[in-house]
Design a protein around this ligand. Sequence first.
Ligand SMILES: NC(=O)c1ccc[n+]([C@@H]2O[C@H](COP(=O)([O-])OP(=O)(O)OC[C@H]3O[C@@H](n4cnc5c(N)ncnc54)[C@H](O)[C@@H]3O)[C@@H](O)[C@H]2O)c1
Length: 247
Amino acid sequence: MTNSELSESTVVITGGSSGIGAALVDFYLQRSARVFSLDLNPSGSRAIEIDCDVRDANSVSSAMAKVRNDSARIDVLIANAGVVPSWQSTENIDLEDFTRVIEINLIGVAATLKYAAPAMRSPGGSIVITGSINSWKGDPNLASYVASKHGVLGLIKSAALDLGPKGIRVNGVGPGPVATDALRNRILSRNENDHDKADVYFERLAQGTALKRIATVEEVIHAIDFLASPLSSGITGELINVDGGVL
Ligand SMILES: NC(=O)c1ccc[n+]([C@@H]2O[C@H](COP(=O)([O-])OP(=O)(O)OC[C@H]3O[C@@H](n4cnc5c(N)ncnc54)[C@H](O)[C@@H]3O)[C@@H](O)[C@H]2O)c1
């Protein structure tokens, strides 16, 4: 999509207040799109910020109604809100926390799709969901997260079939570790807040990739932008990893 096309576009991003979502908000604002950020917490960005808890269907429905009051149609939806739980081994799963993670990362995405789909530009709308390399592979101590992100892959494949006849595409990105503040804080807490240990951990993650480095937030955004734009007009139902080639 060229910049002039984007200036007439409405882009809706969930989880737009921090990390990858906040960087997406900046990216699309710089390209003069009309950007809506739906999040639990406002961030004070120049986007139109709407309070929204993706765990709560009424909240998602009312947020999408507000978007529709303002914009006749959504050109790009990026369902990005998500949480990563603290480590729990399978025999120590906290089932309440497991439910919370599924409610946000999986049912929250389903609710986002449900209430945004009728407002998507048809034909030509594009939906991109932030999955994870954990949409494909397991990791120890992260069963709820891995299960939620595998579920997201199922949503992408199924929603692509449902919405394809209307000319709406549904794809996802699968970031590997990306050095957002959220990830840095998680890795620090997993390493007793010892910065040297956390650096060693990051280096190990880097060495576990083909490129010998972890992917950047910008690289994740470029993949999302590709999937959101007509450059990928023949692609739907796919999830592209952006992980530096995790081995
Ligand atoms: N950072 C990484 O390494 C990485 C890797 C793979 C996948 N991801 C995925 O990328 C997405 C963004 O992650 P991030 O690292 O930028 O995290 P982050 O914590 O910086 O941002 C997540 C955002 O989602 C919002 N959010 C959380 N619960 C919500 C809810 N119930 N309703 C509405 N908004 C809610 C938060 O307020 C926050 O602004 C997530 O789906 C995550 O699983 C991140």
